[in-house]
Design a protein around this ligand. Structure first.
Ligand SMILES: Cc1cc2nc3c(=O)[nH]c(=O)nc-3n(C[C@H](O)[C@H](O)[C@H](O)COP(=O)(O)OP(=O)(O)OC[C@H]3O[C@@H](n4cnc5c(N)ncnc54)[C@H](O)[C@@H]3O)c2cc1C
Length: 418
């Protein structure tokens, strides 16, 4: 195994940075993580871990800890906006995988990763209130510069064998290498998200996709079980609507308003769930534009590279924002462990992961995981159907679902093989 004389410096303690930290620790490579937030709080709403991501986290010994806080999803169910079932796709172990699918609060996922990293590597290796302002490098090392997030005071620079930018979609390190990168590319969709305390629907572990963007598409899935004495769950929901103008800010914490989307789903009252009533009862509503960036021509610059959203911001669909960051972490740690020259290791990591994630970014634009819903919407003219088999065959539905799995890297055979 390669021995690095200095620690690996990780910028950002999000999903990608923490997974990388755990993977490096597992490989015996010391690292330190620097996070801009003054305190790491469980922010966000729901996120899904499909079998490719849960396999990685299982290899880190985290499956039980995740199962304790997440919902182990049984299936992904596709419905039209009249509440008619189009297709059930069994998920995770229920679909013959060796790994589960989890639906989880992003904050719970981040806390599981953080607790494991602190326990294994030590609390002193995660440093908060450090906002990275840029990087520089010498022949034998790379240095990250920081300011105190709260006071803006300059902090001592941190030198390491390499610096890995895991600082999310607004990455300052990405900006340093690509100062002229264009603005985010708007997909034509805005989304509203929220969580609601609600009674379980269907089997209490189904991820539901309903309708198409005109008038609206809604995803609904439980992310925490038994949150009170009445057996309610925390239900995550996302409503996507086609609109000409994007919501202005790409900020995960931006507050949204019920009246901006509820009209589009007002009559979505199904025997198994009253969708507008559930949205109305939300604890909090957030809004976000469905945007991404064109894939970058390179990630690695000598002893510095990009990982996760810093490397490949994608439209948040198909549960791949988090998953691809998790996969990046495993790949990078493996490359650093087996390649003596860190700059060569970073290039090898990029050679493995940049083409793979580029495909996901582009597929999410053209042929997203919910393309099934689009196809049925087109074929029925957005009308109820008498029998789904008259609209689309089982084989076609299965082929569309499998096609996305292959691009995103979680088809059963490939995962099992390697
Ligand atoms: C607050 C928040 C809420 C989110 N909510 C959701 C959600 O509900 N659903 C969903 O699908 N995805 C959500 N995401 C995005 C999702 O976590 C990512 O798309 C995905 O997990 C990829 O992970 P990442 O590590 O690349 O980025 P992130 O998980 O975004 O992590 C980036 C980390 O870097 C830190 N950081 C940023 N700039 C600097 C800097 N200059 N110096 C040091 N640290 C820095 C950030 O504070 C953050 O902790 C959210 C992200 C954030 C930050």
């Amino acid at each position: 195994m390669a021995k690095l004389p200095l620690d690996v410096i990780i910028v950002g303690a999000g999903i990608g940075g923490l997974t990388l930290g755990l993977r490096l620790h597992q490989a015996g490579i010391p690292c330190r993580i620097y996070e801009a937030a003054p305190e790491i709080k469980p922010l966000g709403v729901g996120i899904n871990l499909l079998p490719h991501a849960s396999k990685e986290l299982t290899e880190l010994g985290l499956q039980d800890a995740l199962a304790e806080v997440a919902i182990t999803t049984t299936k992904i169910a596709y419905y039209n906006r009249f509440g008619q079932l189009i297709y059930n796709d069994p998920a995770g172990r229920h679909g013959g995988y060796d790994w589960p699918m989890f639906s989880i609060h992003r904050g719970d996922l981040q806390m599981v990763l953080l607790a494991a990293f602190i326990e294994r590597a030590g609390a002193e290796r995660v440093v908060t209130n450090h906002r990275c302002t840029g990087v520089e490098q010498e022949d034998d090392s790379a240095t990250a510069h920081f300011e105190h997030t709260t006071t803006k005071q300059k902090l001592p620079p941190q030198r390491g064998s390499v610096v890995i930018a895991c600082d999310g979609m607004h990455s300052v390190i990405r900006k340093q290498f690509f100062p002229d990168e264009g603005p985010p590319r708007y997909s034509g969709l805005n989304m509203w998200r929220g969580v609601t305390r609600w009674k379980p629907f269907l089997d209490g572990a189904t991820f539901v996709r309903i309708g198409w963007h005109k008038p609206a598409k809604v995803l609904i899935y439980p992310i925490r079980d038994n949150i009170d004495d009445e057996g309610r769950q925390l239900i995550n929901w996302v409503c996507d609507i086609e609109q000409e103008t994007p919501i202005q800010q790409r900020d995960w914490n931006r507050q949204g308003k019920l009246e901006d989307f509820i009209g589009a789903i007002e009559d979505w009252r199904f025997p198994w769930l009253d969708v507008p009533a559930m949205c109305r009862a939300a604890d909090q509503i957030l809004e976000y534009p469905m945007v991404d960036q064109d894939p970058l021509p390179r990630w690695s610059h000598g002893r510095v590279t990009l990982l996760g959203d810093a490397a490949h911001p994608m439209q948040p669909r198909g549960a791949n924002g988090g998953a691809q960051a998790i996969l990046d972490g495993g790949a990078l740690a493996r490359c650093l462990a087996k390649t003596p020259d860190p700059a060569v290791a970073l290039r090898a990591y990029e050679a493995e992961r940049r083409p793979a994630t580029t495909k996901v970014v582009l597929t999410n634009r053209e042929q997203p995981p919910d393309a099934i819903l689009h196809e049925v919407w087109k074929r029925t003219g957005d009308k109820p159907f008498r029998n789904i088999d008259d609209v689309i065959s089982r084989d076609e539905l299965a082929a569309m679902s499998e096609g996305y799995k292959q691009v995103a890297g979680y088809d059963r055979e490939r995962l099992r093989a390697g």
